[in-house]
Design a binder for this molecule. Structure first.
Ligand code: GLY
Length: 361
């Protein structure tokens, strides 16, 4: 299968996204042809390093590039400042300097931490993204958002810092836990709802091929997601306006994720969040029941959850909503669907509607 490449066009900070099968083995030759550093610090977690660490080291060393693997424990709970300062010490101890670069090999946590680390180490060194989860491939590896969590909320410390390239290998999805693949599909569905009804129809029509991870279908699906994300980021890199639509389902999703102590993984929380905000949109008269039905049918088809688990403390969810980054001056911004392929952003959602949708406990 031929590799597909698209460009995120941000003037002098533009970069390619390579998508295909076998891309991992091409990273070394591609970086050797167009180096971004003298030496590469490959940052990964212990799960992903075990699976793909040696493959990427071989790809870089066979291409004549110096590299070192630096590993931290896997898990969302690692996404905090201590992990970053430990990695800073590790890089400094190994003598990494401004001429060197980082490679983020892993899912969203690795990508967010490595991007943040790259943006602050010696006031910024280059990095490339090698996302190994579907969620990271279609969303978090593209667009330059980096960050870590603090107890008060997710990603409250972070930067906008673009990678120099993104390498997406669909082969790595074979080792992804099924729940993580489903979670990634929630982010995929998001793109259809916010901006592209034809893509939503593609996801309705190609359910079996997607579930079976048919390579051509996966490449086409991931390419469309990255193309949509690139278009949005090109117009609004620092989330002054349009980019907010990418947060569809995330405001409530993040709150649900945090209130569950991160037991509900991000993508599944986003699925719950997309269902909840569509209910909010109905309450506010922004959309109609058939839109919710259409969304729910597709979420169910991919075995994604709709409801906030009854045992989750609603007070906690409300508290997390207030600390969300998207909350400005106490007003919570929501991305609400009007129809499939079209959303609006508003801070005019009535608190009683939020209470109704969250339910009591
Ligand atoms: N994940 C949303 C964004 O990158 O803006």
């Amino acid at each position: 299968m031929k590799e597909q490449t698209l460009i995120v066009g941000l003037d002098e900070r533009s970069y390619p996204i390579h998508i295909g099968s076998g891309v991992l083995n091409q990273i070394g030759p591609t970086l050797a042809a167009d180096p971004v550093g003298k030496r590469y610090g490959i940052i990964s977690d212990d799960n992903v390093a075990e699976l793909y660490g040696q493959q990427i080291i071989a790809s870089l060393t066979d291409a004549g590039l110096a590299c070192e693997l630096i590993v931290f424990p896997a898990g969302e709970e690692q996404k905090h400042t201590l992990t970053v300062t430990d990695l800073v010490s590790e890089l400094a101890g190994r003598g990494f300097d401004r001429g060197d670069a980082l490679v983020a090999l892993g899912g969203g946590v690795v990508g967010d931490i490595t991007g943040f680390l790259a943006s602050i180490y010696m006031r910024g060194i280059p990095f490339v993204q090698v996302p190994t989860s579907l969620l990271a491939q279609v969303d978090s590896s593209v667009g330059g958002k980096t960050g870590v969590d603090i107890p008060e909320g997710k990603n409250l410390i972070g930067t906008f810092y673009q990678p120099r390239a993104v390498y997406i290998d669909i082969d790595v999805l074979k080792t992804l836990p099924p729940e993580e693949f489903r979670g990634g599909l929630a982010e995929v569905i998001k793109y259809g709802v916010i901006i592209d009804k034809d893509f939503f129809a593609f996801l309705e029509e190609n359910q079996k091929a997607i579930r079976d991870m048919e390579p051509e279908t996966l490449v086409s699906m991931i390419y469309t997601c990255c193309q949509i994300k690139a278009n949005v980021v090109e117009q609004d890199e620092r989330e002054g306006g349009l980019r907010r639509i990418l947060n569809f389902g995330h405001t409530i999703g993040h709150a649900v994720e945090a209130a569950s102590g991160f037991k509900i993984i991000h993508g599944l929380a986003v699925s719950i969040g997309m269902h909840a905000v569509t209910q909010l949109a109905i309450q506010g008269g922004y959309t109609t029941d058939p839109v919710l039905q259409t969304l729910d049918n597709l979420l169910r088809a991919y075995n994604l959850p709709l409801e906030i688990p009854a045992e989750l403390d609603r007070k906690k969810i409300r508290a997390y909503l207030q600390t969300d980054k998207k909350t400005v001056g106490g007003q919570i911004f929501f991305v609400l669907p009007e129809e499939i392929g079209k959303v609006i952003i508003t801070d005019q959602v009535r608190p009683e509607d939020i209470d109704l949708v969250l339910g009591n406990s």
